[in-house]
Ligand binder design. Structure first.
Ligand code: DAH
Length: 344
């Protein structure tokens, strides 16, 4: 047994000299220093030896095992150093090389207008209702009927509104005004909400018109709401969004769902009011429609128009953005040309 151990030792020491790297060393350890190696097995079988031989053989096996282990560890350290040096040399970093440019994203100008307008109205006490409560794919009922739009109104024409092929009463909403109906059906007055979102119209695309654009709807219903409230809130909004020095005006108008109705114009930013192609020579551009909610609309959703009154408004997000930053083509918002978007 003693010879056997010394033989293993000799063989292992020779093998140790031939190792070239840590992978070889791993194999070596498996063969000579693992739980199933010969030395371990010898130690396990000590009980089969005559009692007087056991201590001597046991001690020898242990000594050889420990010596081999120490040598293997020494080799291990040696390999580690060499291999680390090699790795470092290979991964050497040239700190004089120029860095990689990481482009960073920005908020789309239409999104930032929506955020800005939303913030203004939140300060004025309005809360926001989301698309979940007023969907883009809408029924004629919400988009027209409940807003007092007559059956034969030209806005209902397929020339103006996109209808669903398989369900003739389903449309891509042509205005966010349906959000008013959703809001009034969902909760009782007092109601003070705004609702931003996409709308769709069957337009010929041009510098002024796109068949997808954005609106922000607003509604305020309570006891004793008057036209003075409408003027106060929308004046304040225009002042905060465009700045106090930007001329604006109320102009009387007509919408089926409001009576009386108005529109707000702001001075054309392209010509400073002198008149140019953008404002068709008038010096003014319309940014929103508004009015006192028609009693028919209130009664339609079960609100007593003798007790409650309200005002509503709807504004074009693209318009607001174009008139603030002097952008003369609506298509720029949708082409996603990075040179345009970068400027905001
Ligand atoms: N929905 C109208 C449009 O798309 C805008 C509008 C006008 C909304 C008057 C309103 C309103 O809420 O009271 O042209």
């Amino acid at each position: 047994m003693e010879n056997k151990i010394l033989e293993i030792e000799k063989e292992a020491v020779e093998a140790l000299q031939t190792l070239k790297d840590s992978k070889d060393l791993e194999e070596f350890k498996n063969k000579y220093l693992s739980r199933n190696c010969e030395l371990t097995n010898i130690k396990k079988c000590l009980k089969d030896l005559p009692v007087e031989e056991r201590p001597k053989i046991g001690a020898l096996a242990n000594k050889v095992f420990q010596e081999l282990e120490a040598k293997a560890n020494e080799k291990g350290e040696e390999f580690y150093k060499v291999e680390l040096d090699k790795k470092l040399a290979k991964e050497k970093i040239d700190i004089t090389l120029p860095g990689t440019y990481l482009p960073y994203g920005k908020v789309h100008p239409l999104t930032s207008t929506i955020n800005e307008v939303t913030e203004i109205f939140q300060h004025l006490g309005f809360s926001v209702i989301s698309n979940e409560n007023s969907p883009e794919v809408e029924t004629e009922y919400f988009n027209f009927d409940m807003l007092n739009v007559p059956k034969e109104h030209p806005a209902r024409d397929v020339q103006d509104t996109f209808y669903c092929k398989n369900a003739s009463n389903v449309v891509l909403r042509s205005q966010t005004s349906g959000a008013q109906i959703h809001a009034m059906k969902d909760k009782k007055p007092p109601i003070r909400i705004i609702s931003p979102g996409r709308v769709y119209r069957n337009e010929n695309i041009s510098a002024r018109k796109n068949n997808l654009f954005h609106q922000i709807e607003g509604l305020y219903v309570d006891k004793n709401v008057t036209f003075a409230h409408l003027k106060g809130v929308l004046n304040e909004f225009t002042r905060l969004y465009f700045g106090a020095s930007r001329p604006m005006r109320f102009r009387s108008s007509f919408f089926p769902f409001t009576e009386p109705s108005v529109e707000i114009d702001v001075q054309c930013i392209m010509c400073g009011g002198k008149g140019c192609a953008t404002c068709s020579g008038t010096g003014w551009l319309e940014i929103l429609g508004a009015g006192m909610v028609d009693p028919n609309v209130l009664e339609g959703v079960g609100i007593d128009s003798n007790v409650y009154s309200g005002f509503a408004f709807g504004m074009g997000v693209e318009r607001l953005t174009m008139l603030k930053y002097a952008i003369d083509d609506i298509r720029l918002f949708f082409n996603n040309d990075i040179r345009f978007l970068k400027q905001f």
